[in-house]
Design a protein around this ligand. Structure first.
Ligand code: FE2
Length: 328
């Protein structure tokens, strides 16, 4: 028997329900701009199509969905990932021979975490970056090791009209630059790096991306992989990127996730960025990850000046003059 979709609670500003149900899947919004917890599903068992559709919709609506107490195997994780699409193999992360799509992050006193304490969307150095990433916690530190997420639709909406207009139609160069540190200076390693450089040449992506499902505009540059804005003087590009990178740092656009064992997080890698906090070394943290193949990246054309809207902190006539930000 299936349960029809019912909204069972009041909406938060912006019209989204705090709690909604569809096909027995309960989605509880936990962050204002992104983040929801999902209950009513057991990921150790195959999901019905109805359950899966409800989860898929929840991911797009909430950008980040969290499942707790899911004692799933690596196979369960891969099976769940495959419901969303083809799993990809990360070119630089260590993976299992028998399951190259599965990444095991084992960090402890001998293996400090590498390269995730910087804001990023996963693998934007690819022509078609992943549409989503799934990460399940197996072992967590007693304290620390949270992950921060930022809604890049909210980050875009928060820019002034002038800036939105300025960046619409621009393209940025993305590159796997941070992973180059994994190769040493030996001839063999340099050859390996050259092969990767040929396989993953720098990619141009629009600075303002259109989400392929929701149609919402989002900011699609990140400090891990974005090198420069195409067609700009280096100083202009650096200064503009600095301004745009800063958007992910705005607390209003963020959600902080605290891990417990058997918590699974799935994020829409198109509309979010994340930052894995490196405050737990030398404690142990063990996570497993799969990534789902994405499609082409579509951007917006140059903005029409007639579509200008207000900036984040500029109140509309008759609106609260503090713009909702109270002095404290
Ligand atoms: Fe990441």
């Amino acid at each position: 028997m299936t349960t029809p979709p019912v909204a069972i609670s009041a909406a938060i500003p912006g019209g989204r329900p705090v709690v909604s149900q569809s096909a027995g899947v309960t989605v509880t919004r936990t962050g204002v701009n992104l983040g929801a917890e999902i209950t009513g599903v057991d990921l150790t068992r195959p999901l019905s199509e109805l359950h899966f559709k409800a989860i898929e919709q929840a991911l797009v609506d909430n950008q980040l969905i969290i499942f707790r107490d899911q004692d799933i195997s690596s196979e369960n994780l891969m099976d769940f990932g495959r419901r969303f699409g083809e799993l990809t193999v990360h070119p630089f992360a260590p993976s299992e021979k028998e399951a190259p799509q599965l990444i095991k992050f084992r960090n402890d006193e001998t293996t400090p975490p590498f390269g995730t304490d910087v804001w990023h969307s996963d693998e934007t150095f690819r022509a078609e970056p992943p549409m989503a990433t799934m990460l399940v916690a197996k072992e967590v530190p007693a304290i620390g090791g949270d992950t921060l997420f930022a809604s890049m639709t909210a980050a875009f909406d928060g820019l002034s009209d002038r800036m939105q207009q300025h960046i619409s139609g621009l393209e940025a160069i993305h590159d796997f630059k941070p992973f180059k540190a994994l190769f040493n200076d030996s001839l063999e390693e340099r050859k390996k790096l050259q092969t990767f450089e040929l396989q993953y040449p720098p990619q141009l992506h629009p600075v303002v991306r259109i989400h392929p499902v929701t149609g919402r505009k989002l900011l699609f540059v990140n400090p891990q992989f974005t090198l420069a804005i195409k067609g700009m003087d280096e100083r202009e590009s650096r200064s503009l990127l600095d301004t745009l990178f800063h958007q992910a740092l705005v607390p209003e656009y963020q959600f902080r996730h605290h891990w417990a064992p058997n918590t699974l997080a799935v994020w829409d890698n198109r509309s979010t960025q994340h930052y894995a906090i490196h405050d737990y070394y030398p404690q142990r943290r063990y996570m497993e990850r799969v990534t789902i193949k994405g499609g082409p990246v579509t951007g917006v054309p140059r903005a029409d000046p007639k579509t200008l809207r207000r900036g984040k902190y500029v109140p509309l006539p008759g609106a609260n003059p503090t713009g909702g930000h109270r002095p404290h």
